[in-house]
Design a protein around this ligand. Structure first.
Ligand code: ADE
Length: 235
């Protein structure tokens, strides 16, 4: 099996997995200027986005995600990226709190660049098919659904986001997958996303409330799910 790169944005999402996989912190992967953290295990590296130096919170969002994965791929010989994390789920596409999905498409819902007569609108949506044998095998072996993970830089959503998320037929909403899909496509590396639902995008509670309520449970679910994903990828 080629080496795995596991990317997770938030420390709270990654912590139980780091202990479950018995990973050790490493200092060599990122230059000092970048806040990202890396951990090494048997034939795998796990990276997290570290803390913002101004606010002290996790560096979530599409920019840190792309920067972190791009830097890691440029320095190491990785055959597969596994992007794990929490997401909002859509009730209308069968998701409930705790559901796991393995995206087959990544797209953005908040990059509106409408200039008639050009392809900037399509560029903004940035749809990438994430169809590779590894993602398909994980999905079928573990019985998870696929579909579109739509990404943006906000935890909440406005009606123009809703219109684009509907057009993307989104099953899950996160803040990184579509940007990592673009990076993996540039490097020609397979991507397997593993997304656990913490909140319901088309439910009636504010996302932040449900997200905070279910973050701990989702992190534990990742701790159980990711070793099973790694086992499948070893085959
Ligand atoms: N991560 C978990 N829930 C999310 C949501 N509703 N939107 C974006 N990222 C999320």
């Amino acid at each position: 099996m080629s080496k795995l790169l596991i990317s997770i944005a938030m420390e709270a999402e990654a912590a139980p997995l780091i202990s479950a996989l018995n990973l050790s912190p490493s200092t060599s992967l990122f230059p000092k200027a970048l806040p990202f953290l890396s951990y090494e295990g048997e034939n795998l590296t796990l990276i997290t986005s570290g803390k913002d130096s101004v606010t002290g919170v996790d560096n979530v969002g599409t920019v840190p995600a792309a920067l972190m994965v791009s830097h890691a791929l440029s320095t190491g010989d990785y055959g597969t990226v596994v992007n794990c994390g929490t997401c909002g789920g859509f009730i209308k596409r069968g998701m409930s709190i705790g559901s796991v999905m393995i995206p087959s498409v990544g797209a953005f819902h908040d990059r509106r660049i409408v200039i008639p007569g050009t392809k900037f609108e399509e560029y903004g949506v940035g749809k990438r098919e994430v169809t590779n044998a590894k993602a398909d095998l994980v999905r079928s072996s573990l019985g998870y659904v696929g579909g579109c993970c739509t990404s943006g830089d906000s935890l909440d959503h406005v009606s123009t986001d809703d219109t684009q998320m509907d057009a993307n037929e989104a099953v899950a909403k996160d803040m990184e997958f579509a940007s990592i899909a673009q990076v993996c496509s540039l490097y020609d590396v397979d991507l397997v996303g593993v997304k656990v639902v913490t909140d319901l995008v088309d439910g009636d509670k504010p996302s932040f409330e449900e997200f905070m309520e279910n973050l701990g449970t989702a992190a534990k679910s990742l701790q159980e799910t990711i070793p099973r994903v790694i086992e499948v990828l070893k085959k």
